[in-house]
Ligand binder design. Structure first.
Ligand code: BGP
Length: 493
C-alpha cells in the first residue's frame, strides 16, 4: 500500500482487554468474587469437554463452594490474570509506545459493587479505574470501556439467579449510573455487554445462571428471559450514559463469525443464513430497538413465554446504540443436509463445519481475512451505523528465543491480512469503520481455555498456565510492526 492508501483520519487504532482476563487481584481492595474467579484451569481436548471442565455450562453450587474456599489461586488463572492491577502503568506505557489512540478495557462490576446489590459502591474499586484512565490520558489514549465483560458478581448470581431475575436490570443500571457519573470527564466511548449473545453459550460466565438450579427442559427459555433482561439493561445503560456524559457514544458488541453454506445445496444456504441470523438478532434488537420477526417466531414456535412489559419494549425502542462493535476471529460453514466428509471446526466457542479452503490456528480456529470484509459489508448494509472491530487476533504458542526475542511473524501475517481486508471494506465498499483494537495487546488469560499459553499479545508476559513466572513483559516482533502500522495510519500494510 502506498502513502495515499492510509486509513481514514482519526482512525482509532489500539488493543482490547477485559478485566477478568488481565487484572488479577481478584480479592483485593474490596473486590467481590465474580463468575470468572471460579473458572478452573484444565487441559481439555474437545469443546464439549472444555465447556464442562471450566464450568462454563455445567457449574453447580457445590463447585462454586469448593472454588471459593480454595486458596490455590493458580488453579483459577483468571484470579491472577496478567497482573495488570499492579502493572497498569507499565502496560499502558507499552500501549503508548506503540502509539495507541484507543485502549479498550472493561470495568469489573464486582470491583465497584462486590456483590452486585449494594446501595453504595466500593470507593477503592472506583479509585483504581480513575488511576487507569488518568494514565491513559497522560498519553492521549482514549479509553473504550466495556461495562460488562464476562464477570457478573458471584453473589448476584447465587442470590438472585443472575440475569434471570428482573432485579438484575436495576442492579446493573445502578452500577452504570455510578461509573458513568464518576468517569464522565474521562471516558467518551462505551460498550454495554461484551458479545451479548454469549449468554446462550456461557450461561454461567456471562449470565450468572447456575444450570443445575433449573429444570432441563426449561433452561432454554430461562436463557432467553435472561437475554431479554440484558437487552432492557443495555437500552437503559445507553440512556444513562447519554444523560450522564453528553456527547458520549455507546455501542453494542457482537460475536461475529462469517458463515458460508458448505455447498450450494439450498438447505446449506438456508443453514448458513440461519447461523448468521443467530448473530444479527442481537444487533437487530440493540440497533433497531425491537425484536426481529424471526426471533419472535422462534419464541412462539418453542412455546416460550418471555416476560416483557410494555415499558421494556418502549425503552428498547427509545434508546438504541450509537455504533456497532464486534469481535472477529474466524469463519465457519453451515450445512442443512448431511455431508459424509464434513468435519467440525472450533472457533470462539462457536462451532461450524471446516472450510477446505482455509488454514486453521493452533486451536483449530479457521483464519479467514476475506470473511472479515464480508462481515463488515453485511453489518454496514444492515445497520448503517459506524462499525468498530473491537477484537481480532491470533492465539498462538509463542516461544522466547535463546537471545530473549520473540519472533511472532505468524501474528503479523494474520493481522496484516485482516487489516488489508478492512481497508478494502472502507475504500471499496464504503463501510464506515471507526477503529480497530486487536485482542490482548499484552498476553492475558484465554477465555475459552483459561490458559496463559494461548497468547495474543504484542507484549509477552513471562507466566505459565499455572501462574509460575516473573510476569515480566517482553516486546515481541509484532510490537514493532504494529507501532509502524499506527505511525503510518495503516499505509505501511
Ligand atoms: C472473545 C472474548 C474475549 C477473548 C477472545 C479470544 O470471545 O470476548 O474475552 O477471550 O474471544 O478468545 P480466547 O481467549 O478463548 O482465545
Amino acid at each position: 500500500m502506498s502513502e495515499s492508501k492510509a486509513f481514514p483520519e482519526g482512525f482509532l487504532w489500539g488493543g482490547a482487554t477485559a478485566a477478568n482476563q488481565c487484572e488479577g487481584a481478584w480479592n483485593l481492595d474490596g473486590k467481590g468474587p465474580s463468575t470468572a474467579d471460579v473458572q478452573k484451569f484444565a487441559d481439555p481436548k474437545s469443546l464439549k469437554e472444555l465447556m464442562d471442565v471450566h464450568g462454563l455450562c455445567d457449574i453447580t453450587d457445590e463447585m462454586i463452594d469448593a472454588a471459593l474456599v480454595s486458596q490455590d489461586d493458580a488453579a483459577y488463572p483468571k484470579r491472577l490474570g496478567a497482573d495488570f492491577y499492579h502493572r497498569y502503568k507499565e502496560d499502558i506505557a507499552y500501549y503508548a509506545e506503540m502509539g495507541f489512540k484507543v485502549y479498550r478495557m472493561s470495568i469489573a462490576w464486582s470491583r465497584i459493587f462486590p456483590n452486585g446489590d449494594e446501595a453504595e459502591p466500593n470507593e477503592a474499586g472506583l479509585a483504581f479505574y480513575d488511576r487507569v484512565f488518568d494514565e491513559c490520558a497522560k498519553y492521549g489514549i482514549e479509553p473504550l470501556v466495556t461495562m460488562s465483560h464476562y464477570e457478573p458478581p458471584l453473589e448476584f448470581c447465587r442470590k438472585y439467579n443472575g440475569w434471570y431475575s428482573r432485579e438484575s436490570i436495576e442492579f446493573f443500571c445502578r452500577y452504570v449510573d455510578v461509573i458513568t457519573k464518576r468517569y464522565a470527564g474521562k471516558v467518551k466511548y462505551w460498550l454495554t455487554f461484551n458479545e451479548v449473545d454469549s449468554i446462550l453459550r456461557h450461561p454461567f460466565m456471562t449470565g450468572g445462571l447456575i444450570e443445575s438450579r433449573f429444570a432441563a427442559d426449561e433452561f432454554e427459555e430461562v436463557l432467553f428471559q435472561a437475554m431479554h433482561h440484558q437487552f432492557v439493561a443495555s437500552a437503559l445503560a445507553t440512556k444513562i450514559c447519554h444523560e450522564n456524559i453528553p456527547g458520549s457514544k455507546v455501542g453494542c458488541m457482537l460475536t461475529k463469525l462469517t458463515f458460508y453454506p458448505y455447498t450450494c445445496h439450498p438447505a446449506d444456504v438456508l443453514a448458513a443464513q440461519q447461523r448468521e441470523r443467530a448473530t444479527y438478532c442481537y444487533g437487530d434488537v440493540q440497533v433497531f430497538g425491537e425484536y426481529p420477526a424471526y426471533l419472535t417466531a422462534m419464541y412462539k414456535n418453542k412455546g416460550f413465554d418471555i416476560k416483557m412489559t410494555d415499558e421494556d419494549l418502549r425503552v428498547m425502542k427509545a434508546y438504541p446504540v450509537d455504533f456497532v462493535s464486534f469481535s472477529y476471529y474466524s469463519s465457519g460453514c453451515a450445512a442443512g443436509v448431511h455431508h459424509e466428509e464434513a468435519e467440525v471446526t472450533a472457533g470462539n466457542t462457536v462451532q461450524g463445519i471446516k472450510n477446505p479452503y482455509l488454514p486453521s490456528s493452533d486451536w483449530g480456529w479457521q483464519m479467514d481475512p476475506v470473511g472479515l470484509r464480508i462481515s463488515l459489508v453485511d453489518l454496514y448494509d444492515r445497520y448503517r451505523k459506524p462499525l468498530f472491530i473491537v477484537e481480532n487476533g491470533l492465539g498462538a504458542h509463542d516461544e522466547v528465543g535463546p537471545d530473549g526475542t520473540i519472533d511472532d511473524q505468524y501474528r503479523i501475517d494474520y493481522l496484516a491480512a485482516h487489516l488489508r481486508e478492512a481497508y478494502k471494506a472502507i475504500h471499496e465498499d464504503g463501510v464506515e469503520l471507526m477503529g480497530y483494537t486487536t485482542w490482548g495487546p499484552i498476553d492475558l488469560i484465554s477465555n475459552s481455555t483459561i490458559q496463559m499459553s494461548k497468547r495474543y499479545g504484542f507484549v509477552y508476559v513471562d507466566a505459565d498456565d499455572y501462574g509460575h513466572g516473573t510476569y515480566d513483559r517482553i516486546r515481541k516482533k509484532s510490537f514493532y510492526w504494529y507501532k509502524n502500522v499506527i505511525e503510518t495510519n495503516g499505509a505501511s500494510l
